[in-house]
Design a protein. Structure first.
Lengths: 248, 424
């Protein structure tokens, strides 16, 4: 297997977020493209990273391959990606993976692939009642502002008012952020009904580490159901996180 | 992916009925899980304990599978530290499932938590039990460690038995059939015997031979599998020790227990009369044991740890081979009275030491002298002259625990005077 991707930094920032949540993961390369699906040890966050074949500059594949990777090793290498670098991934003999940055010269790193039992994760079927599109940086700032206050963030939506209110409450301090389309915080907003849900801030804060990788972020949730945070990567790639809600 | 899956994973029980034996444990655990599903469990956690490879983890996995519960598993290697427990188990315990199902939180091998290196881990688990919304199941080989007491108190204790040879053979046979393997019956029996009730190691041995040779015969089993070093509960080790046929068996019984050899010495000391009926045998056994103790003393005095092997020789074979004729005997070995007494009197001894150190400082004597020469007089005074005793108590600054220890049944009177006098 050999693939070439136009902007190495997309992978850099995506994997930075994934690596914070998951220690080991398996990439699956097949005729559709590259995909990584994994669940964190506490089984609260599901990660789904996919790059379709069309998004790749070059792609050579004979048969489906699964490559297990230690995320810490991979993120450490990907951190070397700079502007203008292209990324090349290539599987080598003896279960190894070559990661190359092609920009000013070609830098190649070779890491071993792990024997992971690729767990078959079921598809999630969740009915979201709220869908909002953010500039990724706005969503990141929202999380970072509420993070010091409390270990959980409550999202409230009143359908007719067309706004999302994010709250963090501690014993002493309360913080509230109001997001609307008029204020420029939201790009799009859609709600079928009123909704209220609480998610733990730790994982959200890990997830927003990927915001530099994407142009848009779609945040979907509903009362008492998991939320879905989807980063739209260049050329049809997607980085999706599902986070389970807190029990009230 | 043509990687070979270990059979212990491939033939992991999918249903509760597939888990061999352990009917009592199954019943207890299932009714506890049901009480969780209905809402109000008596205890939030269950602690499954028993020897390695008897089906503790497998049963939890089978239940999760059958009840369609999500299993969040933490192994000993993942939950060393407080942060890890908070990050994984606590989060899982307070969040809903992604797949909108119930969950079981499994903390495997909690006896692997060490006191010093994993400081705070036990407290973190206790906090987890407080906040959890889902059943928490722990497993342990040896749950009797002092450090695990808080966990024992907070959990429903479910014992698992060591599997019998017959049960191990039954499972091995099932696997042979599924793998279409040619297996000799007495070969399987031999594997089972050597596994000593550890199904996991038996299956590993079976796979090792089967994949190497394509068939399993008695000859192959004899030449390829070994007895493993195992850990035994003290009573199992004593049974092996006293009934040893060979020197090496008696010696390994000492080193394969899950208690240290100092404690083992106390166990043997207690149980020489339990096992031996003949007075001369008893005498000779104690002779050997006392010699072990002499070596122990020399180690402490001179720091010559090379003498340790003589301690083992005297404690093990020395004690076991004093019998005049060999006869296999089954006896019940209870926890030594001395250890129980020490545990019961722990607080009183501490208080006595405190009194001794107060006296030692004031009277310019050693604590040992204070205990032997002064405390007995104080006991008399405290029992016969409460008023004077109260004055002494105030003068020396004794607290209520100390007064109670010295005054015994008269402590109420002494304390009454003590309160009256100290008000003035």
């Amino acid at each position: 297997m050999r693939l070439r991707f136009a902007d190495a930094r997309t992978w850099r920032y995506s994997m930075a977020a994934v690596g914070k949540i998951i220690d080991e993961a398996a990439y699956r390369f097949n005729e559709k493209g590259a995909r990584l699906r994994a669940i964190d040890p506490s089984r609260i966050v599901l990660v789904d990273f996919s790059i379709p074949r069309d998004a790749l500059l070059e792609y050579e594949i004979e048969k489906e391959e699964v490559v297990g990777i230690n995320m810490e090793d991979l993120t450490k290498i990907l951190r070397r990606a700079t502007k203008g670098d292209e990324l090349e991934l290539k599987t080598l003999e003896g279960d190894r993976l070559a990661v190359s940055f092609i920009g000013r010269g070609t830098r190649t790193f070779i890491i071993p692939s792990l024997e992971t039992m690729a767990e078959e994760l079921p598809e999630l079927s969740v009915e979201f009642t709220v869908k909002a599109k953010f500039p990724p940086s706005v969503f990141r700032d929202l999380i970072k502002e509420l993070e010091p206050i409390s270990d959980a963030i409550e999202f409230n939506v009143v359908k007719d008012e067309e706004k999302i209110i994010a709250k963090a409450i501690s014993d002493i301090v309360e913080a509230e952020i109001e997001l609307t389309i008029e204020s420029g915080a939201l790009l799009e907003f859609e709600a079928k009904e009123d909704a209220k849900a609480i998610y733990t801030v730790d994982y959200l804060s890990d997830i927003v580490a990927a915001s530099q990788a994407a142009e848009e972020l779609i945040f979907e949730f509903g009362t008492g159901v998991p939320c879905k945070i989807e980063y739209t990567l260049s050329r049809g790639g997607k980085l999706i996180f599902y986070v389970a809600p807190r029990i009230e | 992916m043509a990687r070979k899956i270990p059979w212990i994973i491939k033939y992991r029980p999918k249903r509760i009925d597939d888990v061999i034996d352990q009917d009592d444990a199954k019943k207890q655990l299932i009714s506890w899980i049901n009480s969780w599903l209905k809402g109000k469990p008596s205890k939030k956690a269950a602690l499954l304990y028993g020897p390695a490879g008897c089906g503790k983890t497998s049963l939890v996995e089978a239940i999760a599978n059958e009840y369609k519960l999500e299993l969040v598993e933490m192994n000993a290697s993942d939950f060393r530290r407080k942060q890890d427990i908070d990050r994984i188990a606590k989060v899982a315990a307070t969040m809903r499932s992604l797949f909108s199902r119930g969950k079981i939180i499994l903390l495997d091998e909690v006896d692997g938590i060490s006191g010093k290196a994993d400081f705070g881990a036990i407290e973190a688990i206790l906090y987890l039990l407080e906040v959890t919304r889902y059943p928490v199941i722990m497993t342990a080989n040896d749950p009797w460690n002092q450090r695990l007491k808080p966990l024992r108190d907070a959990s429903l204790m479910i014992p698992f038995k060591r599997l019998s040879e017959r049960h191990v053979v039954a499972v091995l046979k099932r696997i042979c059939q599924a793998e279409k393997l040619e297996c000799e019956d007495n070969a399987l029996k031999e594997i089972a015997r050597r596994s000593e009730g550890d199904l996991r190691s038996a299956i590993n041995d079976l796979q090792g031979i089967a994949e190497g040779y394509g068939k399993v015969t008695l000859g192959l089993v004899r030449s390829l599998t070994t007895y493993r070093d195992r850990e035994y509960a003290p009573f199992e080790a004593l049974h092996k020790l006293f009934n040893a046929k060979y020197i090496f068996q008696a010696k390994s019984a000492i080193t394969q227990t899950n208690i240290d050899y100092d404690t083992m010495l106390i166990w043997i000391n207690e149980h020489i009369p339990t096992y031996y009926d003949d007075i001369e045998e008893m005498y000779r056994a104690y002779e050997a044991l006392s010699r072990a103790d002499v070596y122990r003393g020399r180690i402490v005095k001179s720091g010559s740890w090379d003498l340790l092997s003589y301690v083992f020789d005297m404690m093990g074979p020395g004690v076991a081979f004093v019998k005049k004729t060999y006869k296999y005997k089954w006896k019940a070995y209870r926890s030594p009275a001395r250890l129980q007494l020490l545990a019961q009197t722990k607080k009183a001894r501490e208080t006595l030491n405190q009194i001794a150190s107060i006296l030692a400082k004031r009277l310019l004597i050693s604590r040992a002298t204070a205990k032997s020469d002064v405390v007995p007089y104080l006991r008399v005074i405290f029992r016969y002259n409460p008023r004077l005793a109260a004055k002494i108590a105030i003068e020396y600054g004794f607290n209520e625990d100390m007064i109670k220890l010295l005054a015994g049944e008269k402590s109420n009177e002494v304390i009454a005077y003590y309160k009256k006098l100290s008000k003035k």
